[in-house]
Design a protein around this ligand. Structure first.
Ligand SMILES: Cc1cn([C@H]2C[C@H](O)[C@@H](COP(=O)(O)OP(=O)(O)O[C@H]3O[C@H](C)C(=O)[C@H](O)[C@H]3O)O2)c(=O)[nH]c1=O
Length: 187
């Protein structure tokens, strides 16, 4: 009996994972990652780096980011505190869903995680103050291959629940290219 509940999204390579939480009078315990349990569930990945980000204000948007081959990263994202809308965009040229996106709400309360495979661009929008992410990646940070696409690219038409005048972006993310300007980069 697996302690993992796995739900594929509309692009089925993107998965929402809910590890079991063992509650008692003291609080709770949960195995938030177990390589064998994940492999038994078909998620056989080797993660090499943990990342942790903190965003003070709701409406903070980080992304759309991806690392180009051969440094592409699978990402296993969970929220230690707060709530996010997590968005993944299929950048696999050969995929029938190239340029399509899926999203899921990931939160400490829901105790869920999202697996965004290599080949996808990834972004998060915080929905509460003081939101903290902890996520595993399957390839090391490679600044020379750290690329992005504009969060509000009209070709992607991501249904963000925030307006351009309210979103909080890094200078880098405010100037990311549009998909049409980088599409030939993808294999
Ligand atoms: C990603 C990364 C960044 N950095 C350094 C580079 C910058 O000096 C600083 C902040 O980086 P950045 O503004 O890219 O951080 P985020 O905007 O949170 O980007 C992340 O957020 C979205 C949601 C993602 O999917 C990626 O994991 C990642 O791109 O950390 C590192 O030293 N190592 C790393 O692995």
């Amino acid at each position: 009996m697996s302690n993992l509940k796995i739900t594929p999204l509309a692009i089925p390579d993107v998965l929402v994972i809910e590890p079991k939480k063992f509650g008692d009078h003291r609080g709770f315990f949960s195995e938030t990652y177990n390589a064998r349990a994940f492999a038994d569930a078909g998620i056989d990945l080797r993660f090499v780096q943990d990342n942790h980000s903190y965003s003070a204000e709701p409406g903070t948007l980080r992304g759309l980011h991806y690392q180009g081959a051969p440094h592409a990263q699978d990402k296993l994202v969970r929220v230690l505190r707060g709530r996010i809308l997590d968005v993944a965009v299929d950048l696999r040229r050969s995929s029938p869903t190239f340029g399509k996106w899926v999203s899921a709400e990931i939160s400490a309360e829901a105790w869920n995680q999202i697996l965004v495979p290599a080949g996808f661009a990834h972004a998060i929008l915080t929905l509460e103050p003081h939101t903290e992410l902890l996520y595993k990646v399957s390839n090391y940070y490679a600044p020379s291959h750290d690329f992005g696409i504009r969060w509000n690219d009209p070709e992607l038409a991501i249904d963000w629940p925030i307006s351009e005048d309210k979103v909080i972006l890094s200078d880098k993310d405010a100037k990311q290219p549009f998909l049409k300007d980088v599409a030939d980069l993808f294999d």
